[in-house]
Design a protein around this ligand. Structure first.
Ligand code: A3P
Length: 307
């Protein structure tokens, strides 16, 4: 047996998936739940920018766009570190294995201003200081079906996630909101409502795919930045799926070693709209649509499931 294989085997034996705990009806993993009191007490600063998403909605993509805007298109500066070190992942706390150790809180507290912070928290669990300080928030939402497919593959490749079960089981869990960070439906609706009260730019993955330049310009404006056409084009190019897939500082191949296995499914998987059609059976799709109508009846939010 090669050393590489032996290391892999021993990780499979030692890294077990975390237990799940519910907090106010929202599913969290145990290490995140354990530090949640401290997360609630987090002291946001007025110039913090929060990037909030339901997991797999295009967080990393948005983070790269934001960083490139903040660095005025300087690719080298954006490669100073990996995404999760450049932008602390607020609630993420993970101890084992040591190669995957991470504390978003520690990173954020040690970081000089201005900070850009990432969260997957539903709006009601965001630390109150972000609202008290009137921080800017960029929220990105992705249609439920593509979000679900992406989340399923992410569970398969990432031992930091709960066990996904079969595809069929995962679809059920997603529909019932019994997945990490809770119900997708409540998440996107909660943030949609919050945008009327707070400083929130609400974006859609599908719009970003269709017209990245236009959506990047919205972010530029929201951040009160001024960039020229050349820089804008550079940002569009360097934040495309194809370029980010090959960027080790953005594709998660340098982080969470031992818990992410890109050979099962790469972090930068397909980056497409409508991939759900390759996974949902006709029966699953009908059931999903019927349930979706009910769950989304009380919102003006509209998603595009294809382009
Ligand atoms: P897929 O699994 O559908 O490919 P997050 O960063 O929130 O975890 O989201 C990850 C999803 O966003 C993955 O979706 C990933 O491929 C996609 N993604 C990442 N960078 C992207 C980009 N530049 N353009 C389009 N999609 C991107």
């Amino acid at each position: 047996m090669t050393l590489d294989k032996m290391e892999k085997l021993s990780l499979e034996q030692t890294v077990s998936r975390s237990a799940l705990v519910e907090l106010e009806g929202v599913v969290l993993i145990e290490p995140v739940h354990r530090t949640f009191d401290q997360v609630q007490k987090f002291k946001a600063r007025p110039d913090d920018l929060l990037i909030a998403t339901y997991a797999k909605a295009g967080t990393t993509w948005t983070q790269e766009i934001v960083d490139m805007i903040q660095q005025n298109g300087d690719v080298e500066k954006c490669r100073r570190d990996t995404t999760c070190k450049r932008h602390p992942f607020l609630e993420w706390s993970f101890q084992n294995p040591p190669s995957a150790r991470y504390s978003g809180l520690e990173l954020a507290e040690a970081m000089p201003s201005p900070r850009t912070i990432k969260t997957h928290l539903p709006v009601q669990l965001v630390p109150p200081s972000f609202w008290e300080q009137n921080c800017k928030v960029i929220y990105v939402a992705r249609n439920a079906k593509d979000n679900l497919v992406s989340y399923y593959h992410f569970h398969r490749m990432n031992k930091g996630m709960p066990e996904p079960g079969t595809w069929d089981e995962f679809v059920e869990k997603f529909m019932n909101g019994k997945v990490l960070w809770g119900s997708w439906y409540d998440h996107v609706k909660g943030w949609w409502k919050a945008k009327d009260k707070h400083h929130i730019l609400y974006l859609f993955y599908e719009d970003m795919k269709e017209n990245p330049k236009q959506e990047i310009q919205k972010i530029v404006k929201f951040l009160d930045k001024d960039i020229n056409e050349e820089v804008l084009n550079k940002i569009v190019y360097n934040t495309s799926f194809e370029i980010m897939k090959e960027n080790p500082m953005a594709n998660y191949t340098k982080d969470f070693e031992g818990i992410m296995d890109h050979s099962i499914s790469p972090f930068m998987r397909k980056g497409a709209v409508g991939d759900w059609k390759n996974y949902f059976t006709v029966a699953q799709n009908e059931k999903f649509d019927e349930d979706y109508k009910k769950k989304m009846a009380d919102t003006s939010l509209v998603f595009r499931m294809e382009l």
